[in-house]
Write a protein that binds this ligand. Sequence first.
Ligand SMILES: [Zn+2]
Length: 255
Amino acid sequence: MAAEIRLFPCLSDNFGYLIHDDATKATASIDAPEAAPVEAALTASGWKLTDILVTHHHGDHTGGIAQLKEAHQCRVVAPRNEAQRIPLVDETVGEGDTVKVGALAGRVIETPGHTAGHISYFFPAEKLAFVGDTLFSIGCGRVIEGTPEMMWQSLLKLRGLPDDTQFFCGHEYTDANIRFAKTIEPDNKVLAARADEVKRLLAAGKATIPAAIGAEKAENPFLRADLPEVAQSVGLAGSPAWKVFAEIRERKNRF
Ligand SMILES: [Zn+2]
């Protein structure tokens, strides 16, 4: 594989990511929660920052942009529909646009709901997706600026990626997400197995990310809102999927 990834913690529970193209030596930071851990990862790998690909405007995803741009003169790529809320943007992108990191080509998928203009970056050749705060492992982002229906449509787009796509999200929330997911699907055996795996990873000091889209479809209640048994379990048998999704999201907000 031509792409190399570095994953590292930022702030209290954010992830920082670098994606590096071996052929051209280009390196992008996916979001920039804070500058220091990104700089440390660059130093450790010997890579030079060429790009920052922003998923959404929240401060815990953009706080490091100014310092990194000043140090590296890198290009800042941001979602068209909220670029005015992100500092020092060079290029704005929307649905279907291609963003190059050296020779690596990422496709922009608009995934609004958490914020109004949130985007994800999917690298089809490498089967890698950076999904910000839209999809988490066994969870999803809070619906802050959009509607539940909008968020459900965004999740369907990500669910439609190839099963062997590895996705990288903005936060390490998997353990808490699993505790909640068990209240929706207490008998889901695949979820129980994932819970054991996550316990092992965290005990070993490892990240639970990335996760595969295919596995996630069997485990994540937010991606399963259109299954009759999930609708049934929240008392909404026969309701449209987005309403089931909205109910699960509402329960998670109160969990
Ligand atoms: Zn956010």
